[in-house]
Design a protein around this ligand. Structure first.
Ligand code: SF4
Length: 179
């Protein structure tokens, strides 16, 4: 029997959640003995394959029209969708952007930071347009939430190995981490 497939992708995120995933260290091999990792931000294939995967994992908040498209693509191509990390679960730190005018926030980020010289607000089709920041479940249906900023490698290992074996994970309270 072929192994279940897992794909991960990121939206508006720092790399912390994916770094925590890598922090599983040698347990990554255990997960890979149970499941095939088809795509993630650090593999050549960046998005889930057309034929679909059993488990899709999204990190980061929805913060742009591109994020919405990526979240919808993952939802369409996976059977079980995991929101991994505070940003994906409820918007996390990215939500702070909602308290400011969009143009003001963009200027602050790209033009007015003390280390920026000749800054400009980038615009491209790939980046999309900014939208109100929010968690993934505000855009597509989410099946499993794993909060934490980032979630611990222990918690991620538990969730992925349970899902790879066809079980919906139950995360014990002491495994959750919010620092
Ligand atoms: S939850 Fe924390 S670690 Fe994960 S993407 Fe958001 S800010 Fe980064």
């Amino acid at each position: 029997m072929s192994k279940p497939k897992i794909a991960t992708d990121w939206l508006a995120a720092c790399a912390g959640c994916h770094m925590s995933l890598l922090d599983m260290d040698e347990r990554l091999l255990q997960v890979l003995s149970l499941a095939e990792l088809t795509s993630c931000p650090i593999t050549d294939l960046k998005h889930p394959p057309h034929e679909g995967v059993e488990v899709g994992v999204l990190t980061g908040a929805v913060n742009s029209t591109t994020n919405i498209a990526v979240a919808r693509m993952m939802r369409k191509r996976c059977k079980i969708l995991v929101a991994l990390g505070d940003c994906a679960v409820f918007g996390g730190i990215v939500n702070m952007r909602n308290y400011f005018d969009m143009q003001e926030a963009l200027r602050c980020a790209y033009v007015e930071t003390p280390s920026t010289v000749d800054g400009f607000v980038p615009a491209s089709e790939e980046l999309g347009r900014p939208v109100r920041a929010r968690g993934v479940d505000q855009v597509v249906k989410v099946d499993v939430c794993l909060p934490g900023c980032p979630p611990s490698a222990d918690a991620i290992f538990h969730v992925l190995s349970e899902l790879a074996q066809g079980r919906i994970p139950v995360v014990a309270g002491e495994t959750l981490k919010y620092d």
